[in-house]
Design a protein around this ligand. Structure first.
Ligand code: AMP
Length: 125
């Protein structure tokens, strides 16, 4: 079920539980600002989620409230993961779903990183 991206942060969402180590993930990177792990239902040969460590519902919330340090740390982490996964040469796609029209289901900001094959049209037809 898509979520309302303007809702208050829910500390019991599934990615908050992953950040607290209450449920497992297949981690690919962690630093002060971000955690990256494999999507549980991959939609491409490489499908990694990168999430900020702070409590932000969506890209909208993050871009409005996060500090400059948090934003820089998160953006750098996304780039780091793409390089670490060998995605830069062949190319890759970033996606952040926001709210109902975006189809966002988990109310903690996450950037999808897709790669490993030509990904086709930007929006499903
Ligand atoms: P979105 O529609 O952008 O909110 O995407 C949520 C993504 O989270 C989907 O691609 C799910 O497959 C993924 N997901 C949900 N639960 C987990 C989990 N426990 N571990 C890894 N990925 C998950």
């Amino acid at each position: 079920m898509p979520i309302d991206a303007t809702q208050p942060y829910d500390p019991d969402n599934i990615f908050a539980k992953i950040l607290r180590g209450e449920i497992p993930c297949k981690k690919v990177h962690e630093d002060e600002w971000a955690l990256a792990f494999h999507d549980i239902a991959p939609q491409a040969p490489v499908h990694v989620l990168v999430i900020p460590k702070g409590a932000y519902v969506s890209w909208d919330d993050f871009s409005a409230r996060a500090s400059a340090e948090e934003i820089a740390g998160f953006i750098r982490a996304v780039g780091h993961v793409a390089r670490e996964q060998g995605l830069v040469d062949p190319g890759y796609r970033l996606l952040a779903n926001v709210g109902p029209n975006g189809g966002q289901e988990v109310p903690h900001l996450h950037v999808h990183l897709f790669g490993g094959k030509p990904l086709g049209p930007m929006i499903a037809r």
